[in-house]
Ligand binder design. Structure first.
Ligand code: ADP
Ligand code: ZN
Length: 831
């Protein structure tokens, strides 16, 4: 702490697209609190803005220097090392340093959330009298707190008679009379009770939709709320959650309750999302030969204290997770810490339980369904050193863990590691490599189907290559059968093609008869994905997006899966008035209906975005399936990952063609990965599993290689294709997206940008051109695609420098108005 006194200046970054930091002076009163990693309030340009301190320093050449106005955090949110990491991300992903930190904030903590002061002293009146004479200002603070507890610091400042109260606050804090906390959307202390909302028994999904339609003009908020309820009529929502989903406040709910649409119930809730009654000690199996040799390779690298990236290529069920656990034990024994990244969807209670059963409270879990309070508590405790292991989805890579010895990326090929909807569009897998590098740590990239990039890096020895080609106890890999749907006989009297082939129906019957369980996979939610008029070819499209609408059976709605737009499905064609409207494209709801017809009385659980809106909904579905009461689990890619249910002996893929239809260079890779992952859910213990894949393109190589579990041949074919086309891993891509409501402006900005790119260059520029998804949420989208072959431009430096220069020039020359420019470096999809 003391050494800061001789460093009166702070380097601060703001959430704006600039890479460098700005210097500010630290007033004496903030000397102790203004440490790297905290948020501060400072004037920036003409506004007061929240920024982050990234470092302190002794001197500055600047003559005119502003002071910071407030320190917003009681403890830092980031470690110095993560600040450094963020700087690297800003350079690599072409965005602002402060923008990265803003995105790295534990979610729920808003950039502008404020410090609040809470009185914790049990005898405030005694305290006031004891302070009154010797410290009148402190006494005044306590008196304010008696009137309002807790209180926002800014409000307290305004109501106090004298200006500088920081010294008094600090004294009260160190004496333990008050606490400084961060303002969060939910109260920080555990709420013992919460109100839950459910649909009143008198109402059904249909009646709610009908009411929503009829009151939409008069009472749009009530209509919104009714729609949310109607889409999952059997679900219980916590009151704040429903308010968030429907974007309403509780007044609206009270009205709906008075009108008899909903009812309230009060329930107890706990703050710790994963609180379990009792955790038994986890089993430390004797590792098999493959596991043991992989583990010893990892341990050796941990002990060498060197940066070592490693690929662990192990088939599903080969015991990778068990190896991670043993590697972490070793790490702990060496007093080092570990981060484990898992895809959000694989972060099931099963998974968390497994780590907790070995490491108990040492584990901090981050999960998007936790409340901001829960997440912030874990974050802070991690910073304070209470946790030694962090498990979470991509953002957990920024957690304030120190002394990291091991970083594990489970299912490293997962697209969800890439942030695609916001700047920076970082890939947590690639960021984890850098974080491991900064820590001289081991990073293990685990997968049954490594991404082409990662396997390529292993093949050229940039990464060590570890492999576990067999399942535990040599359980055979599931037998995969491909069914050609072109040959399926049409069912008489039906206009549409069958959904279940004869072969899949037989297999399901067989498994049901044995009391075994079945997972069915279809990567489309809703009922039907295309609604068309037979007479005039009218296609139902979203009014905001250039996307066809999906039909949802509840309340007969058409919904846009991009922007959430929803409307009642028309009974006649809105164009020609024809009544012959047909639906194509099978979604999970349609399959659920078909199961009810084909297998009457068999209970089905459906798991997709529509059934997992509630906080615990996802976990609840899985635990119901685990209990064995439901023979069939049907779902989108949510069912493809990380599930380990020993009684599942059949996996059915309703259509393998949905991914292949995307005109994206990774479509083949995605298909191979998804099929292999979902197939891996079958026959995990003591039983050989069966997998049936239905398709209209049975000869497609991605399917054939998946059928024979032949990753290596798949990799060979895929890399030779990509080498020919100059795609990654042989090149680097940057995709620049221009979007805005005014198409002409979007196009013009894209063209102006392109003009700033030098004519003679070492890389290719494609476009500007409209993106494949040319309009989303009312925004027109144009793109410019840059590709640079690694053999000409190692690291893509000359390409990125040209892009950065062009961006600067563009901003200097033109006022960019109503057009957003976003950079996607190493895009996972170029649609
Ligand atoms: P993966 O992560 O590769 O899918 P897991 O680590 O989940 O594999 O292992 C699959 C199953 O085998 C789990 O149920 C796990 O408890 C069990 N298992 C793992 N290693 C061993 C071992 N050495 N001996 C016995 N069972 C094991
Ligand atoms: Zn839309």
């Amino acid at each position: 702490m003391e050494n800061y006194i001789i460093q009166p200046y702070a380097e601060i970054v703001f959430p704006v697209p600039v890479e460098h930091a700005f210097t500010y002076k630290i007033p004496e009163r903030f000397n102790e609190d203004a440490v790297p990693g905290v948020r501060v309030l400072a004037s920036f340009g003409r506004r007061k803005t929240t920024g982050f301190i990234v470092s302190r320093k002794n001197e500055t050449d600047l003559t005119e220097i502003k002071e910071i106005e407030d320190v917003l955090d009681p403890i830092p949110l980031f470690t110095p090392e993560v600040l450094e990491l963020a700087k690297w991300i800003a350079e690599y992903y072409i965005c602002g340093w402060g923008e990265v930190l803003k995105a790295a904030l534990p979610s729920g903590i808003h950039l502008d959330s404020e410090k609040i002061i809470r009185l914790v002293d049990g005898h405030p009146h005694d305290l006031i009298s004891s302070l009154e004479n010797r410290a009148p200002r402190q006494a005044e603070i306590i008196r304010r707190l008696l009137a309002e507890n807790p209180i926002r610091q800014s409000k307290l400042l305004k109501t106090m008679s004298s200006g500088n109260i920081y010294a008094s606050l600090k004294k009260l804090k160190s004496a333990g009379h008050i606490r400084m906390e961060l303002e969060l959307p939910k109260p920080k202390v555990s709420i013992k009770h919460e109100i839950f909302v459910s649909v009143h028994n008198n109402h059904t999904s249909d009646s709610l939709y009908a009411e929503a339609d009829s009151i939409r003009k008069r009472a749009p908020k009530q209509a919104n709320c009714l729609e949310v309820l109607a889409s999952s009529p059997n679900q219980e929502f916590s009151r704040p959650e429903l308010c968030r989903l429907a974007e309403i406040n509780t007044v609206v709910l009270n009205t709906l309750e008075q009108k008899g649409f909903i009812k309230f119930t009060t329930k107890e809730v706990v703050r710790d999302y994963y609180k379990e009654t009792a955790i038994e000690q986890g089993i430390r199996f004797d590792l098999n030969k493959d596991q043991a040799s992989v583990l010893s390779a990892i341990i050796q690298k941990i002990d060498s204290n060197d940066f070592s990236p490693m690929l662990l290529h192990g088939v599903t069920g080969s015991g990778k997770t068990q190896v991670y656990i043993e590697a972490i034990y070793h790490c702990m024994a060496k007093n080092k810490n570990a981060i484990v990244l898992v895809p959000e969807i694989a972060l099931t209670p099963q998974m968390v339980h497994r780590f907790r059963s070995h490491f108990g409270d040492k584990v901090a879990v981050f999960h998007s369904r936790m409340s901001p309070g829960e997440r912030y508590d874990s974050w802070r405790q991690t910073w304070e050193g209470k946790h030694h292991i962090v498990i979470g989805p991509r953002s957990a890579i920024f957690s304030p863990l120190k002394n990291i010895g091991l970083v594990i990326i489970d299912e490293e090929h997962e697209p969800s590691y890439k942030q695609t909807d916001m700047t920076p569009k970082y890939n947590a897998r690639d960021v984890s490599i850098i974080r491991a590098y900064l820590n001289k740590a081991v990073v293990v990239l685990g997968s049954a189907t490594p991404s082409i990039e990662t396997f390529f890096n292993a093949s050229i020895n940039k990464y060590s290559h570890l492999s576990m080609p067999n399942r535990i106890d040599n359980i055979p890999m599931p037998a995969i059968e491909i069914v050609n749907m072109k040959r399926e006989p049409k069912i008489i009297g039906r206009k549409e093609p069958v959904i279940f082939s004869k072969r899949l129906r037989e297999k399901i019957d067989e498994k049901l008869a044995h009391g075994e369980q079945i997972i069915l996979f279809q990567n489309r939610r809703g009922f039907a994905t295309l609604i068309k008029c037979k007479d005039c070819n009218y296609l139902a499209k979203c009014q905001n997006c250039d996307i066809s609408l999906t039909f949802h059976i509840h309340g007969s709605r058409l919904k846009c899966h991009y922007c959430g737009f929803s409307t009642r499905a028309p009974e006649r064609c809105p164009e020609c008035g024809g009544v012959d409207i047909f639906m194509k494209g099978v979604g999970t709801q349609r399959i659920e209906e078909e199961i009810n017809t084909l297998f009457p009385g068999v209970k089905v659980l459906r798991m997709d975005l529509d059934t997992t809106k509630g906080r615990m909904a996802h976990d609840r579905i899985l635990s119901k399936f685990g209990s064995g009461e439901y023979p069939i689990l049907l779902g989108t890619q949510m069912v493809a990952k990380g599930l380990d249910f020993p009684n599942v002996t059949l996996v059915g893929v309703i259509s393998a063609d949905t991914e292949l239809l995307f005109p994206d260079f990774r479509a083949g890779e995605r298909t191979f990965q998804l099929l292999t992952q979902v197939a891996g859910r079958a026959g995990r213990k003591n039983k050989q599993g069966d997998v049936i894949i239905q398709t209209y393109t049975p000869e497609h190589p991605s399917l054939q290689f998946a059928k024979y579990h032949d990753y290596h041949s798949f990799f060979k074919m895929e890399t030779s294709d990509r080498r020919g086309l100059g795609y990654p891993p042989f090149s680097r891509i940057v995709n620049i997206l221009f979007r805005g409501e005014d198409e002409a402006a979007v196009k013009k900005t894209a063209e102006q940008f392109a003009q700033e790119i030098p004519v003679k260059r070492q890389f290719r520029m494609l476009g500007p051109a409209p993106a494949a998804l040319a309009k989303i949420q009312g925004n027109y989208r144009w793109q410019i695609l840059f590709m640079s072959l690694k053999q000409n431009d190692t690291g893509g430096t000359s390409m990125k420098n040209a892009i950065k220069r062009a961006l600067n020039n563009l901003k200097k020359k033109h006022r960019i108005h109503r057009v957003t420019i976003s950079m996607d470096v190493d895009p996972i999809s170029i649609l």
